[in-house]
Design a binder for this molecule. Structure first.
Ligand code: AMP
Length: 216
């Protein structure tokens, strides 16, 4: 079973949802650079202060802000048997950083990129209906996966939010950034025979089953 996994796919492809299912099933840590950055913004840390305006515009934060975080996180003991990386790498330079740190830990041979594909128009529809819990990180969709009480998190009762970067114009900008900067990352892994692809349409359970089949 493949257990060193880089999740690729446009924003709103269901990476967060699938990442949680995969990491629970395989018992590997779920490492999301978007979550790390959002937490830094909430804590108003120096990293958060540098990242917030860039994230609100739907652009990528400078590579340098994430290098130390990734190197440190992948060096922890809990990554020795696998990891699920969600949101990193986002460009070729980050792919090279990842290759270097994984090679140093002698795990690069085991790393695979799992790409979840979804058409752009479906993404825009999904994200404007997405609501996120600022407290525990749970994610809902007001149409396809609504919370039990309107705008309220089922797990921790916090008031749900539309992420600043899930507004339609920002979603379109994030999709542009994805096509220009992150799609080449798919090629980076494909050229190295490390690319796996699944369609991200259908129920989360069916997509998860298809993923598990491919990771075997
Ligand atoms: P995500 O939750 O993965 O969609 O990330 C939300 C936002 O955080 C992105 O639109 C970027 O502004 C920023 N971000 C997350 N991961 C990265 C990364 N690897 N490189 C640059 N920016 C990132």
């Amino acid at each position: 079973m493949i257990s060193f996994i880089v999740l690729l796919g446009p924003p709103g492809a269901g990476k967060g949802t699938q990442a949680k299912l995969i990491s629970d099933k395989l018992g590997v840590p779920h490492i999301s650079t978007g979550d790390i950055l959002r937490e830094a913004v909430r804590n108003d840390s120096p990293l958060g202060r540098q990242a917030k305006a860039i994230m609100d515009r739907g652009e990528l934060v400078p590579d340098q802000l994430l290098v130390d975080i990734i190197v440190e996180r992948l060096s922890r003991a809990d990554c020795a048997n696998g990891f699920l990386l969600d949101g990193y790498p986002r460009n070729i330079s980050q792919s090279q950083t990842l290759e270097k740190v994984c090679a140093e830990h002698a795990i690069w041979d085991k790393v695979r990129a799992l790409e979840i594909t979804v058409p752009d128009e479906e993404i825009v529809d999904r994200l404007k209906n997405r609501r996120s819990c600022p407290s525990c990180g749970a994610v809902y969709n007001v149409v396809s996966n609504p919370p039990k009480r309107a705008e309220t998190c089922d797990s921790c009762s916090a008031k749900l939010q539309l992420r600043d970067d899930d507004r339609e114009e920002t979603v379109r900008q994030r999709l542009n950034v994805y096509h220009e900067r992150t799609e080449p990352v798919v090629g980076y892994f494909a050229e190295r025979d490390k690319h796996i692809v699944v369609k991200g349409e259908g129920s989360p359970e069916d997509i998860f089953a298809a993923i598990m089949e491919k990771l075997r």
